[in-house]
Design a protein around this ligand. Structure first.
Ligand code: ADP
Ligand code: MG
Ligand code: MG
Ligand code: MG
Length: 401
């Protein structure tokens, strides 16, 4: 019989004690479940005497948001721990260290990053992260390039792809991002005040065409090992340091999906600033910081990815076809812009929302932010296949806002 069961805080302490050489033998450990997600338990284990601490994340076999009726494979816990280990090799220091993985308990023990702040929270509070674009662009360039057919042997890549088959979590994305927002679905979740804008999403044939094309890429394009859920709630940050957590959605997909996730969440915060900064000049300044970060993350990502291509490409054909690099980077930009748009839209009308907008207390300001986000999201989706530069994408979004 499997020993899997959701752990209590006390059981988490016993497991932490068993991690050799981590805590002093006689440590008085305390344990607190701090998970804010719907799919997992997260225990924070601390020893106040030594100041040592760690995090234990355990996958639940169902999504909490809908009770136990939505089963989810525990294999995502293996995928998360293996993705973290691989990402730490490819982008050292940009993800938490994994201390231990227990397959039976679907449990990953990892470095405690509590000295960082979840970037979404920080941005809501108006914090500027001057290094985030630098760090996230490195994370993206290294993890995407070195897991693709450009950066690794093509037969090894196929074998690696087979270790990251993640159908349950991909289904969440396929339904919640690419399907529900554009149809009548019981998964959708929005306030009656924006019914007209939600209806417009359901009746816009040219929008549906773009979403169908993007969805097809998500379903079929096994380009690189994605993080799969790279929103600002999956990023721990300080002004000096950036760490990416929570790769349980990792699978082989189109690179633009990860790049677009980060960009989307900067634009969601942009829309939310309708409330968070009252002073108009300060709000304009913070929004300029957000669009500069969109520009920086793409520009730095592109430069780093091209440098890896030029120095570490294992693929003769792309090496010997110089024009192919320009074609490839432009197509990647277009994918990122399209996926960013889809990710903005789903956070307004779909099941899962973001605090940047949902926690705005004033209903009128919240509605303005929701409508602005929908305008930005649809503008990005419609622009995607035509954009030739990140500047054009930012222009499309800001003009629509
Ligand atoms: P979920 O997949 O359920 O969203 P996350 O991995 O995003 O789980 O973790 C949920 C929360 O737990 C995070 O927002 C953060 O507050 C806390 N957490 C997760 N990992 C760590 C970590 N390594 N260090 C400190 N806190 C963490
Ligand atoms: Mg969470
Ligand atoms: Mg999370
Ligand atoms: Mg998660």
């Amino acid at each position: 019989m499997s020993k899997y069961h959701p752990l209590s805080e006390q059981e988490a302490i016993e497991i932490a004690r068993g991690i050799e050489g981590f805590f002093p033998a006689d440590a008085a450990l305390s344990s607190k479940e701090i998970g804010d997600g719907n799919l997992n338990l997260v225990f924070h284990i601390t020893d106040s005497a030594s100041g040592k601490s760690l995090i234990m994340k355990q996958a639940l076999p169902y999504a909490k948001v809908v009770g136990e009726s939505w089963p989810l494979s525990l294999d995502r816990s293996r995928i998360e721990s293996e993705a973290l280990i691989l990402q730490n090799k490819l982008a050292p220091g940009l993800v938490p260290k994994v201390y231990k993985y227990d397959p039976e308990l679907a449990l990953t023990v990892m470095e405690d990053l509590s000295d960082h702040v979840i970037m979404r929270r920080g941005l809501i509070d108006g914090t500027v992260y001057p290094k985030a674009a630098e760090h996230i662009s490195t994370f993206l360039a290294n993890t995407l390039f070195f897991t693709s057919d450009l950066g690794m042997n093509q037969q090894d890549k196929k074998v690696q792809l087979g270790k990251f088959i993640n159908p349950d979590l991909c289904k969440i994305t396929e339904d919640l991002i690419f399907d529900d927002p554009y149809t009548v679905s019981s998964n959708n979740n929005y306030e009656p005040s924006i019914e007209d804008a939600a209806e417009a999403l359901r009746t816009d044939a040219s929008l549906h065409l773009e979403v169908a094309i993007l969805r097809d890429k998500f379903l079929t394009k096994g380009e690189a090992l994605l993080h799969g859920d790279l929103h600002t709630g999956s990023i721990f940050a300080t002004p000096e340091s950036t760490k990416v957590i929570d790769p349980e959605f990792a699978y082989y997909g189109p690179m633009g999906f990860d790049v677009g996730a980060f960009i989307a969440n900067l634009f969601l915060n942009y829309a939310g600033q309708e409330h968070w900064i009252a002073d108009e000049a300060k709000r304009r300044e913070f929004r300029a910081y957000l669009t500069n970060t969109v520009r920086d993350v793409w520009t730095k990502f592109e430069a780093k990815f091209r440098a890896l291509w030029n120095e570490h490409n294992v693929d003769r054909i792309s090496r010997d076809t110089p024009a192919y690099q320009d074609f490839y980077m432009n197509r990647l930009l277009q994918d990122a812009v399209g996926f960013a748009g889809c990710k903005v839209v789903r956070r307004i009308v779909g099941l899962s929302h973001v605090a940047d907008i949902d926690t705005i207390p004033d209903a009128a300001a919240r509605e303005r932010a929701q409508r602005m986000a929908l305008r930005i999201g649809t503008a990005l989706i419609k622009a995607n296949r035509g954009v030739r530069s990140i500047e054009e994408a930012i222009d499309a979004a800001v003009t629509a806002a």
